[in-house]
Ligand binder design. Sequence first.
Ligand code: PGA
Length: 249
Amino acid sequence: MNQKIVAGNWKMNLSLERSETLINELATFTVPSYASVIVFPPFPYLMMAIQGLSNRPIKIGAQTLSEHNDGAFTGDVSGSMLKDIGCDFVLIGHSERRQNYSQSNLQLNMKVHQALSCHLKPIYCVGETLSQRESGETLQVIETQLLEGLKGISKEEFSQIIIAYEPVWAIGTGQVATPNQAEMVHSHIRQFIQLSLFNDVLINTSIIYGGSVNSKNCENLFGQPNIDGGLIGGASLQSNEFSKIIESI
Ligand code: PGA
């Protein structure tokens, strides 16, 4: 069985006080042994989350990292800094970063290599826009994101990577992909990774779905054979919603 994952992407939300409250609530959660729960607070709250959740079954990740080791990159945060403070995971290629910061697959590929070299586990996000879906390009777009963004990754390194399928049209819109729509893309991603990236060697990658997941729709999504969990935005900011989602994994 692939590892089940529930990840909470806080994006640029919450005050210091509300973050502290949420972290204290998360500290009371139990997590099933077959699952991993990871939260991605904004940079200024990372240390507080790492300290508040140490010895608890919830891991911490950053929402992005620099593709460089160090140097004159004002505003950037390096993988080694994140590892130093106790992060285990990092989001790479979220569509909000791809779109708002014009991050190319090539740049994202550098970030993936950088994360792995710093012993951070990447959650690499892929997904199509509405117009790409409507013009029948969904699978082709995702294949390119996988081929270019994960270029040069060995099979051993790949075991550290989680893939998130996040259709851009479903993120923050309340418009969730149907379980069938999501399952179709997830099973294609799994086959593509196995056949095209690794010469038909079986790869036990967790592939999680993101885009308007909440406590009401998660069970049907997570019930699909190739959906190994979720990357949750808005619903991860409310501890009761997030805990119900974890219970359904
Ligand atoms: P959402 O965000 O759950 O608020 O749609 C998901 C994401 O962007 O990771």
